[in-house]
Design a protein around this ligand. Structure first.
Ligand SMILES: NC(=O)c1ccc[n+]([C@@H]2O[C@H](COP(=O)([O-])OP(=O)(O)OC[C@H]3O[C@@H](n4cnc5c(N)ncnc54)[C@H](O)[C@@H]3O)[C@@H](O)[C@H]2O)c1
Length: 423
């Protein structure tokens, strides 16, 4: 029987059932169906929808939104082709939304929203979702600029007041073997942390071509990876996972400053917008701790290297080997090939929190991890030591003046250190 005193759905007549909404701050009873909406129906969004549908027995995917209808249709086809989730899909034609404002319409139909667009839109979508009283799964990174990250921090505080969830896609925090590894470090197995070396050295990614029918805005949106206002550059878009693991190991310690170098050597074709293809940064912390970060996206450079080395006063650890190595005593390895996928655990815990009323809120931590990557990016772009204080004093906003397919957007110049200005 449903506990009517704490029941979360508005009692509605059949006629208003479609507009029923989960009341923020209350738990969702086990027999309440949670209606899910997906915003950003690309590779990650499609997978996140499947994971959300597997996370709880009483959930339905009822609405989808993408800037482009062709992307939405491909994603829906993909989700419907998967046997164990297909029965939980009820996306009718009137609940498919495209364009820049589709997310607003989608929010009218759902209790939980999965935000999986390029990160440039995340602060805007997250704010709208929390203001509308929705629980959120929010992919990483959570912003591309300082104004966006500050907005996420404010929204995370609002979510806390409303007891709404913000589960971030900084997925390593949801991987059990890494939780044990980091706990062992926090339990002082290798003493105080003196330094970290974090790496994201990989090959190049996709490019979605061009079409004479596309406006400049459509070209940039289709090839969002190569434009900083949409992706944050690859140090923010991809290497941010390592910055988040660093933030986790260092228990939220904020860097004092960063100094960095970077540029583009392979990625010279104008089709690749204006992002770099390599960065190296040093982050300084109070007490002399330093973190050295390397990231590269280039082809034919040998085997990739995505790692997080932790150097302590009494030993070391290698996060991607789930290994903690105290000096003078036996190594401890927490790797577990049977561990559940971190992508699934994110959704399991998100929905468990909604059901119990103990909502996850990763918002502020995710904003800080994102800001640390932005600090390193801006230090490289400018070619000078940039302090956290300067970063936080700025209101850097990279968004175009208008989200409009006919807006005459230009490609900014590739940032040249010594000339580029951080504002
Ligand atoms: N946690 C992880 O390990 C992981 C892995 C892959 C991607 N991601 C993150 O997921 C996000 C999406 O990446 P992806 O690989 O799925 O990219 P993608 O290009 O495959 O998908 C993004 C989709 O969002 C749509 N979109 C763009 N702007 C939109 C808007 N304003 N409203 C609605 N839809 C919009 C695009 O048309 C596209 O279909 C990125 O932030 C990325 O960093 C995280």
């Amino acid at each position: 029987m449903i506990d009517t005193t704490r029941r979360t759905f508005l009692k509605t007549t059949a006629a208003t059932a479609a507009a029923a909404t989960l009341l923020p701050g209350a738990y969702a009873a086990p027999d309440d169906t949670l209606r899910i909406g997906l915003v950003g129906c690309g590779g990650r969004g499609t997978a996140a929808a499947r994971e959300a549908l597997r996370a709880d027995p009483k959930v339905k995917l009822v609405a989808m939104c993408d800037a482009f209808m062709d992307r939405l249709e491909d994603s829906l086809k993909n989700i419907l082709s998967v046997k164990d989730v297909a029965a939980k899909v009820d996306v009718t034609p009137e609940r498919k939304f495209d364009g820049f404002d589709g997310y607003q319409k989608l929010l009218e139909h759902v209790d939980v929203v999965l935000l999986c667009t390029p990160p440039g839109f995340r602060p805007l979508h997250l704010k709208a979702a929390i203001e509308a009283g929705k629980h959120v799964f929010c992919e990483k990174p959570v912003a591309v600029d300082v104004a966006g990250a500050k907005s996420v921090i404010e929204t995370a505080r609002l979510a806390k007041q409303k007891n709404l969830s913000i589960c971030s896609g900084y997925c390593w925090r949801y991987y059990h073997p890494l939780r044990e590894t980091v706990k062992c470090i926090h339990d002082n197995a290798i003493g105080d942390i003196a330094a970290m070396h974090i790496t994201y050295l990989t090959g190049t990614l996709w490019h979605r071509g061009s079409d004479p029918r596309w406006t400049p805005m459509e070209y940039q949106m289709r090839n969002w990876y190569y434009f900083t206002w949409l992706s944050g550059d690859f140090i923010v878009e991809q290497h941010c996972h390592n910055f988040d693991k660093m933030n986790w190991v260092l228990q939220g310690k904020i860097p004092v400053a960063a100094t960095a170098v970077g540029g583009r050597q392979q990625r010279r074709d104008p089709k690749f917008g204006h992002i770099y293809d390599h960065f190296a940064a040093t982050l300084e912390f109070d007490g002399g701790l330093k973190v050295f970060s390397f990231c590269r996206q280039m082809d034919n450079c040998g085997k990739g290297d995505v790692n997080d080395h932790v150097i302590g006063t009494k030993g070391s650890a290698q996060l991607m080997e789930f290994a903690v190595r105290p000096t003078g005593s036996a190594e401890r390895v927490f790797a577990d090939p049977r561990a559940k996928s971190m992508y699934q655990v994110e959704h399991d815990e998100l929905f468990a929190g909604i059901r119990s009323g103990k909502c996850i809120n990763d918002g502020e931590t995710a904003a800080h991890s994102t800001l640390m990557a932005i600090l390193a990016r801006e230090a490289a772009y400018t070619g000078r030591r940039l302090t956290w204080k300067e970063l936080m004093a700025s209101n850097q906003n990279l968004a175009p003046a208008k989200y409009d397919w006919n807006y005459p957007i230009e490609t900014p110049r590739v940032p040249i250190p010594g000339t580029y200005k951080f504002v």
